[in-house]
Design a protein around this ligand. Structure first.
Ligand code: IDP
Length: 149
């Protein structure tokens, strides 16, 4: 079953939106398989956003992600990588449609609340970066027959 890495950024934690964001992912039908609260190191943040290291916003982004606690999670489900990106919404909350997490709750591109892996391969490397194998819990919700055919 497909898995993705999702993180509630420091603005989401500071604004008290952890419960609301997790509720949206749970009610969509994704399965939570790992969760922890941590204050990311600069090294972890730089590795996570390595693809953006030449961009002008890189150091501000690393400052922001390391500015407070982050909720790191792994979610599982059919097509969860692409489907959770739809639930999360566009990178810029100002143009993210209502109904999406960023559209309903986000402020602007530099304070967009949440990260979600953009592809299956990225998800695998981000999960390995943020979690140890033994932190992932394999389980099947008892509602599974009602979640997929
Ligand atoms: P994504 O988070 O929707 O996948 P990416 O383009 O991968 O978007 O960018 C990663 C993160 O970098 C964004 O979520 C946002 O926090 C930040 N970011 C992207 N573009 C800008 C920008 O132009 N200014 C400030 N921050 C940016």
């Amino acid at each position: 079953m497909e898995r993705t890495f999702i993180a509630i950024k420091p603005d989401g934690v500071q604004r008290g939106l952890v419960g609301e964001i997790i509720r949206r992912l749970e009610t969509k039908g994704f399965t939570l398989v790992a969760l922890k609260l941590l204050h990311p190191s600069r090294e972890l943040a730089e590795q996570h956003y390595a693809v953006h290291k030449e961009r002008p916003f890189f150091s501000g982004l690393v400052d922001f992600i390391t500015s407070g606690p982050v909720v790191a999670m792994v979610w599982q489900g059919e097509g969860v990588v692409a489907a959770s990106r739809l639930t999360i919404g566009a990178t810029n909350p100002l143009v993210s449609p209502p109904g999406t997490i960023r559209g309903d709750l986000g402020i602007n591109i530099g304070r967009n609340l949440i990260h979600g892996s953009d592809a299956v391969e990225t998800a695998q490397s981000e999960i390995a970066l943020w979690f140890k194998e033994e932190e992932l819990v394999s389980w099947s919700p008892t509602v599974s027959p009602w979640l997929s055919e």
